[in-house]
Design a protein around this ligand. Sequence first.
Ligand code: CMC
Length: 382
Amino acid sequence: MGSQEKPVEKIVVRGLEGVVAAETSISYVDGVHGRLYYQGYDIHDIAEQISFIECIFLLWNGRLPNRRECDEMRNAIVGEMKLPDAVLELLKASPEKSHPMAVLRTAVSLLSCFDPDADDTTPSANYRKAKRLAGQIPTIIAHLHRLRNGLPLLTPRPELGLSANFLHMLTGNIPDELEKRAMDILMILHADHGLNASTFAARVICSTLSDMHSAVTGAIGALKGPLHGGANEKVMGMLHEINHIDRIQEYIEGMLENKKRIMGFGHRVYRTEDPRAKHLRKYSELLCEKTSQKHLFEMSHRIEKIVFEQKGIYPNVDFYSATVQHALGIPAAYFTTIFVASRTPGWLAHIIEQYSDNRLIRPTSKYTGEMGIPFVPLGKRG
Ligand code: CMC
């Protein structure tokens, strides 16, 4: 390579850690103090006080709704929960062994083909699509689970509220007060989280002025990975694998010695406890006790203690969300899809924010390949 051809020296920030790639007023993750804010509200002040509907309204409008606005928003979203026949057929046709996240990702992509506003990216069309997606995504998840288990499909019960209705459409049970609250808190805590990998993926996609369904489809693909939303399912697998509280010490030490990741622990931004874990720990304990599965909470608590002693890292949102969801009767294979349904309003808020002040997101890379290799025509290559 001639010296004049050398690429300009560039510094790579691996994993884009600490890189500021967007401005947002939707949520703020304060990793130093372990705080999370939605539109200025501390998550600790609102998580136990608001409903998922209020949370969606807050993320989309920058303020909390009044009662009339809550009812309007809930009715608008529930009114959009019916799926096009073709999407239902896709759920039926999906191979039994395919992961629900793969089916959900494909179904959301297919939804765009039936959306009257599909390629219209004006603010009013985006708001209509946002309400549609917030309604249709939970239906896809609930219907897929019930179809695969030969159970009748359920129609929405709006009087239950958005999260409890979703749980009902999935499990068939009418949740009691504790379950309703737990489902609401679970969905509120997952609703948004700064420029996480899936939200960034969504913003990158719509920064090309591609459509909302494409951005949400891409975000689902990003969330699916075990380093992001896929961790919650793995946590349940780990609890089953360990199986007994007496095996925890040996299991965790073995994992760490072999440089393996403990799922549901660690975070790119938090240097202290993830504030969401605090609420989920509480509901994990309450629900495990209620469903006579106290051992699952006790095991989780012991794992938390040992991982901190050994590695100095804290549980993230995915750790206690696993036992919360399990105790709510949600099968582990669907845990990450519940994360999708919860995070969708956050993604949609970011997509709308990105469109409102868009510039193509197109970073650069440090080239590490060769340059100036002499060309040999096909016929002369050995
Ligand atoms: N288990 C064991 N060691 C860990 C873990 C873990 N879960 N997380 C981080 N570490 C260690 C890592 O080995 C490294 O140690 P050392 O300096 O001794 O080599 C140090 O902590 C820094 O790790 P890193 O890979 O540079 O951290 P990162 O910011 O790139 O990764 C993470 C963040 C979330 C991908 C990582 O903590 C992880 O893999 N966690 C497990 C998967 C998980 O729970 N994901 C859910 C994330 S939160 C919810 C969401 O956003 O979806």
